[in-house]
Design a protein around this ligand. Structure first.
Ligand code: TXA
Ligand code: MG
Length: 351
């Protein structure tokens, strides 16, 4: 299959009537799958009402079929067709954070969506992305759009059209290239079918921001305990992994450098994931700064691109600094821990 690439400037007026958007929307209406930028990461979109279209998404990504997709909408009017009720907490969250990086799990109204899209669950995850191209494309298609991140299953999510191309060229009908995404990590997923909403995946909207508008929320225990079964099916898979083994290092820069030296002594090519502030503290084969530690948003924005860059230079092992789990740091550490398969090396305390 030839994969079309449409370059679109997200700042132009009247995006909806832009020929590239019309073309991409026509592919969606014909049940073909198209990648497009959102404010978090690139998504791989397809008609959520068509099992034919949704099957193409799962096939292109190599995604396990028990992992449901997020349904993307451009207006809250679209909800009535496939959501059975909107609890007060969900309504308040929509008011405050839509369009934006918050996915809300609601009870599903049967009959409209492809069963494949929701993996046969009685609930459905929905979000309204805050990106002019995503919104124009959804509006123009007139459909609810099922869209997982547009990466090969298991790989870091794409924050550039080039990443989508690397993973899915020849396997999807097209890619709308709208430049780099903003947030860089995926949306927060919150289940509002419970009396006290539960965060199933930390992401672009922080727990602190959510609690400021709806009060206390719970966090799925599986996010802290690798043994517990997660409520969000996708959270149980190894994810975001670079090709080389990745270790998170809890300790000083000198301790991390010592680990690097030990590995290099065995002939291994070693990568270090750090931030702008500390690049000069390390001597390794590839030292990559991932944003600035004093602005965690920049770390989130650079995270997946940095993980992909280690693959390009074929390092044998990667050591990464860790980050404080406040604000978007929760999402960063969630993704890094998964990429590292929870392998943490802690500096021994002297004495
Ligand atoms: O930022 C994002 O959310 C991106 C962009 C493209 O919108 N999308 C994304 O989709 O990250 P995906 O498929 O990579 O992750 C969706 C997550 C998975 O962990 C999945 O298990 C969970 O949402 N999910 C979907 N439907 C669910 C449901 N009904 N109940 C619980 N979790 C659900
Ligand atoms: Mg994903």
């Amino acid at each position: 299959m030839k994969t079309h690439v449409w370059s679109v400037d997200k700042f132009v007026d009247n995006l909806e009537s832009y020929p590239q958007i019309t073309q991409a929307a026509n592919f969606l209406k014909n049940n073909e799958v198209v990648a497009f930028p959102t404010e978090t990461v690139y998504g791989l979109g397809g008609n959520a009402e068509s099992s034919d279209a949704v099957a193409k998404i799962f096939a292109a990504k190599g995604r396990p079929s028990d992992n449901p997709l997020i349904i993307h909408i451009a207006s809250t009017e679209q909800l009535a067709a496939f959501v059975s009720s909107i609890p007060q907490t969900a309504a308040v969250l929509m008011d405050n954070f839509w369009p934006g990086p918050l996915t809300i799990v609601l009870n599903k109204k049967e009959g409209k969506l492809s069963e494949l899209a929701t993996a046969g669950l009685s609930t459905v995850a929905v979000r309204m992305p805050d990106h002019p191209i995503a919104l124009a494309l959804i509006k123009q298609s007139g459909l609810p759009i099922a869209a997982p991140s547009a990466n090969q299953s298991g790989k870091p999510s794409p924050t550039l059209a080039r990443h989508v191309f690397e993973d899915l060229d020849g396997q999807i009908a097209g890619i709308v290239d709208g430049g780099p995404t903003g947030v860089g990590v995926e949306s927060t997923v919150i289940d509002c079918t419970e009396a006290i909403p539960v965060i199933l995946r930390p992401g672009g909207v922080t727990k602190e921001q959510i609690e400021a508008v709806i009060g206390e929320v719970a966090v799925d225990p599986a996010l802290k305990n690798a043994e517990a079964a997660p409520k969000s099916p996708g959270m149980k898979y190894r994810h975001y992994a670079p090709n080389a083994p990745l270790y998170l290092v809890a300790g000083s820069h000198a301790f991390l450098q010592k680990l690097v030296n030990e590995q290099r002594a065995t002939g291994a090519k070693v990568g270090v994931l750090t931030t702008e502030e500390a690049v000069r503290d390390y001597d390794a084969d590839l030292v990559l700064p991932c944003g600035r530690r004093d602005q965690l948003e920049t770390v989130a924005a650079s995270l997946y691109g940095t993980l992909r860059a280690f693959n390009e230079s074929r390092v044998d092992v990667i050591f990464s600094e860790i980050f404080p789990e406040t604000g978007v740091g929760q999402a960063i550490m969630n993704r890094l821990s998964k990429a590292a398969a929870n392998q943490v090396i802690t500096e021994p305390v002297e004495g």
